[in-house]
Design a binder for this molecule. Structure first.
Ligand code: C2E
Ligand code: CA
Ligand code: CA
Length: 626
């Protein structure tokens, strides 16, 4: 039943109910007041009669007097009866034929009855009783109710009908107005809710739900008309960094500008959706490979100009994955999945866009499998640790080792940390993994200590560990367990990790610093950040990213960067590590630039714990014998 009908029916129901109650009450009021009047009248009479009635004295006089009384009644049918012990003594009036009947019914009266209705021969009468001073007699009056009642009822009915009709008319209108107003408001609210449920708040673009709906419709239409269509999935490169460095408001504004550039690059019949975060999708009906390429190039071209927000100019490129119907798939889930794979490919190749190809799929199957197996490997503590020596330039001694996670997959062989660490981060198991590596490293250090080697230990810490306020506590408990000297531990953190909520991160780092741990900034020089954090955080070491070191002999610009970082580090009272030293030429150049510490394949590749034990013995002995 519609809301309008419901409102109408309930108002009508209430009106009818109110009218019936009102009618009933009015009717009762009128009949009762009529009975009351009769009683009062009788009481008045009885006082007067008592003085003149000489029952059972002079009957004649009494009869005359009663007749007199009867005539004083306005209604001719009224009769008066004087009764003793239910026996009728005197009767006057027109209803003498029914006296026996009246007498029968009168027997039922109790003393408390004052007036009421009595039915005789189908006619209703009011009756009223008044006790005479001589208790043996009562004065009873009967008055036909028929006429009175009929008049009252018909007047009432007429009034009720007129008022009822007016009220009904008003009620119908009010309910119609009310219901149409309410249903209009509800319609508006529903529309708003529907819009909210199907659109993204920030950009106003359709969301994932609406996109899948449209994708389904486009698929059906394309199947019917035998036409191709294209689906793009895209996200902004390095958006997370922009968001973390320049703030969420800046990030939001960037997304809005990005979506408006997207809108200008597509046709009217194409639709854009924001799937969440910096992920967008574009559906292009009736589009083949050529059309898709033209469109994606237009989109990428539109992103070439930097975005200027609050006087800050930032470049933001997108990676687009393209999938085509019917070439790549004929169901919406598959198409979305393949577009995602293609986007991942575009990101990896930094190629702007990638069109889905089945070879990419094998990568994604491998990824899914690895993710599944990685969870088991971490659960079963199967991630091992290798150690790469870190050598002091001045002392030519191994002063520390970097712990590097290793995963030997039972079928796929060695999986590099560059592949499985991001997976562990994505799956939320990186904290467990980090603590496992940390504990294993301390265990191995304890072992080397028994052989009289006491290198420091460098541990890589992911961004996600620095979000966890209980992390320092967990680290402290492991250090205590192994009774390890905390000052020998250095945590390596990448610049981008620091950019996640600097306040929170610095609180955690301060805590770790209080325990005595050192802090190194890893991959220094690659981060997309200001150097502001360097003076805010307790940084001990800068670790120059290996890409600069690998190329510093062939690229003067890289050499200049290395030189600058070393000077910057020293000016900030930090030690500087050069990582990725692969040959003696690089080593000599770095030594001339006054780098403090070196690490790289030239000295040693990362080694398993046992291998490192012998390396430590060999290298340090060689150092002392030198
Ligand atoms: P990273 O922290 O920059 O580690 C140094 C990487 O450079 C290591 O790669 C190491 O084998 C490699 N390397 C060292 N010297 C040379 C050199 O002379 N030439 C070249 N080409 N490479 C060199 P690996 O072990 O594959 O680790 C890769 C990355 O995985 C690490 O980069 C680190 O970011 C991450 N990672 C490894 N273990 C862990 C871990 O336990 N926790 C976390 N959060 N990340 C880890
Ligand atoms: Ca590192
Ligand atoms: Ca590094």
């Amino acid at each position: 039943m519609s809301l309008r009908t419901q409102i109408l029916l309930s108002i009508l129901g209430i009106t009818f109910f109110a009218q019936s109650v009102f009618g009933f009450l009015a009717y009762r009021q009128i009949t009762e007041s009529r009975g009351d009047q009769l009683t009062i009248f009788l009481q008045y009479l009885s006082r007067e009669v008592a003085e003149r009635l000489t029952l059972p004295g002079d009957r004649y006089v009494t009869d005359i007097y009663l007749e007199e009384l009867r005539q004083r009644f306005s209604t001719p049918e009224s009769i008066l009866i004087v009764q003793k012990n239910n026996k009728i003594e005197y009767i006057a009036g027109n209803n003498q034929n029914h006296i026996a009947e009246i007498s029968d019914q009168m027997e039922a009266y109790t003393d408390s009855d004052k007036h009421g209705l009595i039915k005789m021969n189908g006619i209703e009468y009011y009756w009223a009783v008044s006790r005479l001073p001589d208790n043996n007699y009562q004065l009873i009056m009967l008055e036909p109710a028929g006429n009175e009642e009929a008049t009252i009822a018909s007047t009432l009915r007429l009034r009720l009908i007129i008022f009822g009709a007016i009220i009904l008319w008003a009620a119908v209108w009010i309910s119609l107005l009310l219901s149409s107003k309410i249903s209009r408001q509800l319609d508006e609210k529903n529309e708003q809710l529907k819009h909210l449920a199907l659109h993204d708040n920030l950009t106003g673009l359709p969301n994932r739900t609406l996109l899948s709906d449209r994708l389904g419709q486009t698929l059906l239409q394309s199947q019917r008309n035998n036409q191709p269509f294209a689906l793009f999935l895209m996200d902004l490169d390095r958006f997370k960094e922009v968001n973390d460095t320049l703030g969420h408001q800046f990030g939001d504004e960037l997304l809005k500008r990005f979506s408006s550039r997207l809108q200008k690059s597509i046709r009217n019949e194409d639709s854009i959706a924001r799937l969440g975060g910096d992920e967008f999708a574009i559906l292009l009906p009736q589009t083949n490979l050529e059309g898709a390429k033209t469109c994606v190039e237009r989109i990428l071209h539109s992103m070439e100009d930097p975005f200027c927000i609050n006087d800050i100019s930032t470049e933001s490129k997108a990676s687009v994955g393209i999938v085509l119907y019917p070439d790549h798939g004929d169901n919406t889930d598959i198409l979305m999945q393949y577009a995602d794979i293609a986007m991942y490919q575009a990101k990896k190749l930094q190629s702007g866009y990638a069109i889905y190809s089945p070879e990419q799929n094998t990568h994604s199957i491998r990824r899914l499998r690895l993710m599944n197996d990685l969870r088991d490997a971490v659960d079963q503590n199967k991630i091992s640790v290798s150690y790469q020596p870190i050598i002091s330039n001045s002392q030519h001694k191994i002063i520390s080792v970097e712990a590097l996670a290793r995963w030997q997959h039972h079928e796929l062989g060695n999986i590099t940390p560059d592949e499985f660490i991001p997976m562990a981060e994505q799956m939320g198991i990186i904290r467990t993994l980090t603590l496992q590596v940390f504990e294993q490293a301390l265990k191995d250090c304890q072992h080397w200590a028994q052989q009289n080697h006491h290198p420091g230990i460098n541990i890589n810490i992911s961004t996600y560990c620095l979000q966890d306020l209980s992390f320092p506590e967990k680290i402290t408990s492991i250090i205590k367990n192994y009774n390890f000297d905390a000052s020998l531990i250095e945590l390596e953190i990448t610049e981008s990790a620091l950019m996640h909520d600097l306040n929170r991160v610095s609180r955690i780092l301060e805590q770790l610093n209080t325990i005595g741990l050192k802090l190194a900034i890893d991959d220094f020089g690659t981060g997309f950040s200001s150097l502001n954090y360097l003076k805010k955080l307790p940084v001990d070491t800068l670790k120059i990213d290996k890409t600069f070191i690998l190329d510093m002999c062939s690229k003067p610009s890289d050499k200049a960067i290395v030189k600058t970082i070393i000077e910057l580090g020293h000016n900030l009272n930090c030690k500087v590590i050069a990582e990725g030293v692969e040959n003696s030429t690089t080593l000599n150049k770095l030594a001339l630039l006054n780098v403090d510490i070196m690490q790289g394949f030239f000295y040693s590749k990362p080694l398993p714990a046992s291998g490192l034990g012998s390396f430590l013995a060999e290298y340090n002995n060689q150092g002392t014998s030198d």
